[in-house]
Design a protein around this ligand. Sequence first.
Ligand code: FES
Length: 54
Amino acid sequence: MTKVNLLDNGPIVVVGEHTITHPDGRQEVKPSRASYCRCNKSANMPFCDGAHKT
Ligand code: FES
């Protein structure tokens, strides 16, 4: 089962296989785990790069 964890003042962490659909329609499969930025500070959107800690 895929799980979604909302970290306090941090990213959305998805654990388990899932597919991302980017704004341009491109799809990307993540086989195990990925952290998604929700602070809009990441230089590697849509992924969290730790910038929320600054
Ligand atoms: S949530 Fe980590 S950089 Fe945005």
